[in-house]
Design a protein around this ligand. Structure first.
Ligand code: HEC
Ligand code: HEC
Length: 345
């Protein structure tokens, strides 16, 4: 465990160090080094178009403020404590900050859960902030149904997506300019590096000698790089699970179910952290869910997870729904298998 933590620590230090190197010579593109070149630098060196939110570099101080805003909702700014973004949530209630898949190009729910289990992460309803700087499309798929035009305005603009989420997803307020800037610096700091991609030998050698490539080769290489990571995450809303798909615990993977309960439900509900509803691993709690398994109500796991709840004027905290891409039907059935076992103990 200690070795593991140490490895992470050293890894993080290296990344920070390397990131600051690659940022120190912003603007002009130097030689491609696989461990220390950001994906954006590499793409620009091949003549790719700039991202809409492109930033030449990040400022360590601003990124630190951004980190505090994201994890605590407030920070110390110009010697004063800033106002909370939301009374109800911080960003990390719903978003992880680290890599979530073994392979950055994946959005498989199985990968996401096993990566969470192996790396001690939460299993949350929203996408990770890691690598968000390199994405080009936000609030995709069915989120348009929920946020309408606001989602459309946020589709291609990361800053708008942040504002939408600060105000609406977090039941909070719009960010001040310095707050938005700080969060963008945090995102830039956590952008993808070439070393995060699974590049083929051929792509690597092409990148190394990129000055020798002709236009078509550059275009092809950009395309192949972009096929290596997700530029957006899909979002499919599902309704309450229909009767014929509910397995009520049969053949479910109880271990996965428990992992989901721990890393997802308890993250928000243990000790009523963000809601009045206290969940724990007692038989009583499990029986409540088990009793309601056949219902179409918010007490049924098959419904609450797919619908979540809505923020109301008097109760601003709400439960975000899990889209199909954030929890599969199979995983939902696994969760019920775990609840069944706990209820019967
Ligand atoms: C209560 C849950 C919740 C909270 C709190 C929350 N978000 Fe979100 N956020 C979501 C959901 C759900 C999405 C939908 C898209 C996704 O992430 O897959 C989302 C999407 C986003 C996106 C677009 C991501 C993408 O790839 O489509 C950004 C940017 C974002 N949030 C920023 C923030 C910031 C900054 C905060 C804190 C100030 C925050 N969010 C707080 C739930 C939340
Ligand atoms: C991002 C935080 C978050 C996560 C993750 C989360 N919940 Fe919730 N949940 C809430 C909030 C907030 C409410 C709204 C209750 C309130 O008004 O305070 C809620 C409501 C509920 C309700 C009650 C609805 C009602 O009408 O009384 C149930 C049941 C529930 N959640 C179960 C779960 C289960 C099971 C999971 C795991 C799959 C889960 N929640 C994951 C935040 C969360």
């Amino acid at each position: 465990m200690i070795k593991f933590l140490l490895a992470i620590f050293i890894g993080t230090c290296l990344t920070v160090l390397l990131a600051s190197f690659s940022n120190s010579n912003s603007g002009e593109v130097s030689k491609i080094e696989f461990d220390s070149t950001s994906l954006e630098t590499a793409l620009l060196s091949l003549g790719d178009e700039k991202l809409l939110h492109s930033m030449p570099s990040f400022d360590e101080e601003k990124a630190k403020l951004g980190y505090e805003l994201i994890t605590s909702g407030r920070t110390l700014y110009k010697g004063k404590k800033s106002k909370l973004i939301s009374k109800h949530f911080v960003c990390t209630d719903c978003h992880n900050l680290t890599k979530e898949f073994r392979n950055v190009g994946s959005e498989s729910t199985d990968d996401r859960l096993s990566y969470a289990i192996n790396n001690g992460l939460n299993f949350l309803p929203a996408s990770t902030f890691w690598g968000i700087y390199n994405r080009t499309s936000f609030y995709n798929g069915d989120y348009v149904d929920k946020y309408g035009e606001m989602a459309l305005d946020s589709r291609d603009t990361l800053e708008n997506a942040v504002q939408l989420c600060a105000k609406y997803c977090s039941s909070g307020r719009s960010l001040k300019e310095w707050e938005l800037e700080a969060i963008m610096h945090y995102y830039k700091k956590n952008e993808l590096q070439l070393s995060d991609l699974n590049l083929t030998k051929n792509s690597k050698s092409q990148l190394k000698n990129n000055e020798n490539l002709n236009l078509q080769e550059k275009i092809d290489l950009i395309k192949s790089l972009k096929g290596n990571y997700r530029q957006s995450y899909s979002a499919t809303f599902l309704g309450a699970m229909p009767e014929n798909l509910r397995k009520y615990g049969e053949n479910g993977n109880v271990e996965n179910g428990e992992a989901i309960y721990d890393r997802s439900c308890l993250h928000c509900h243990a000790y009523k952290r963000v809601t009045y509803l206290s969940l724990n691993k007692s038989r009583l709690t499990a029986r409540m869910f088990w009793r309601n398994r056949k219902n179409y109500s918010d007490k049924s796991l098959y419904q609450i997870i797919r619908w979540g709840t809505h923020a109301k004027a008097a109760r601003k905290q709400y439960m975000p729904r899990f889209t199909k891409e954030k929890m599969s039907d199979e995983q939902l059935n696994d969760l019920v298998a775990y609840i069944k076992q706990l209820a019967k103990k």
